[in-house]
Design a protein around this ligand. Structure first.
Ligand SMILES: [Ca+2]
Length: 313
């Protein structure tokens, strides 16, 4: 499995436009593919998020704002579950038998490990994984998948991707601030693995989170609702087909009725302040693979909202 070759990849940050230096790693430094990672050891905590309303998108004049971020009022009427962390390589491999992070990466020694977020998964891979995990846990699979077409079967109780609104509402955690758990750029490194002084990134965050590349999931502080890495570490696929946000208030949105590209959120360890904003949006083909792109899990909750509503539990 090992050879004397050297991996060399030139990286371009996604969305932020920053250009990063060439990295090299001898192949014999790549860690062995483990065989002992288990579902049980890697299942994340599923946090219950109560319904509520929030201003989705960003206002005119916000630095880094893109034209599809029109701010508008969104109401979520139903509680849902959201995983406290991104899906780890340990969980992905224990369910599917493979770790795609081994195939996509510029510095495998720093990016491969049981607790690191999985990367190199397409939107379709993520949907298929949700169904496989549902089957493993005795839950009804949520997605009907035919080629690149993924349909949400809404009465199913299994694992799924969050909608963009569910993701953004939970990332904000009831606070109006640019990043998940941080209002100022110098404070972001406590809660987010982003492009920063640890990476040596000019134009990144003016602080150090201690991680020049990916971090094991949940390494930093959570946001106010107990969610880790909503900003930074890896971008996260959500369910929505991409279209510009509407201006009018919406209820329980789940993306455009038609289109071809799916949204991803949150920024990665290669993204500076603009791209890592909670309201920032990126989108790509459902087959897109990236060293910066993973996902987290959601589930639909069948019961009614808690009496006091509006907070996570
Ligand atoms: Ca970092």
């Amino acid at each position: 499995m090992r050879s004397a070759c050297v991996w060399t990849v030139l990286l371009l940050a996604c969305g932020g436009g920053e250009r990063f230096s060439e990295q090299t790693l001898a192949a014999d430094e790549i860690p062995d593919d483990p065989t002992t990672w288990t579902v049980q050891a890697n299942l994340p905590t599923m946090l219950r998020i109560e319904p509520g309303s929030f201003a989705m998108g960003s206002a005119d004049g916000v630095r880094g704002r893109t034209v599809d971020e029109q701010q508008h009022q969104v109401t979520l009427t139903r509680p849902y579950l959201l995983s406290s962390t991104e899906v780890s390589q340990g969980l992905y491999r224990s369910v599917t038998g493979r770790n795609p992070s081994l195939a996509v990466g510029y510095d495998k020694k720093k990016m491969v490990g049981e607790r690191f977020p999985v990367q190199g998964v397409s939107f379709v891979d993520a949907a298929r994984f949700c169904n496989q995990l549902s089957a493993h846990e005795g839950l009804a699979p949520v997605y009907a998948i035919q080629g690149g077409a993924v349909t949400w079967q809404r009465d199913a109780d299994g694992y799924r991707l969050p909608t963009e609104a569910e993701w953004e509402y939970a990332a904000g955690a009831g606070q109006v601030q640019p990043w998940a758990g941080a209002a100022e750029p110098q404070d972001a490194c406590a809660v987010a693995n982003v492009a920063d002084q640890a990476l040596g990134s000019a134009g990144g965050f003016p602080c150090s989170d201690g991680f020049p590349s990916k971090a094991p999931v949940g390494s930093l502080q959570s946001n106010a609702w107990g969610l880790f890495d909503m900003t930074g570490n890896v971008w996260e696929w959500v369910f929505d087909l991409h279209a510009p946000h509407p201006e009018a208030p919406t209820t329980d949105p789940s993306g455009a009725a038609s289109g071809s590209e799916r949204v991803y959120k949150g920024g990665s360890w290669l993204d500076g302040p603009d791209a890592a904003r909670v309201a920032a949006r990126r989108h790509g083909d459902p087959g897109e693979l990236s060293i910066q792109l993973g996902f987290r899990l959601a589930r639909t909750v069948a019961d009614k909202p808690a009496p006091d509503g509006g907070a996570a539990g």
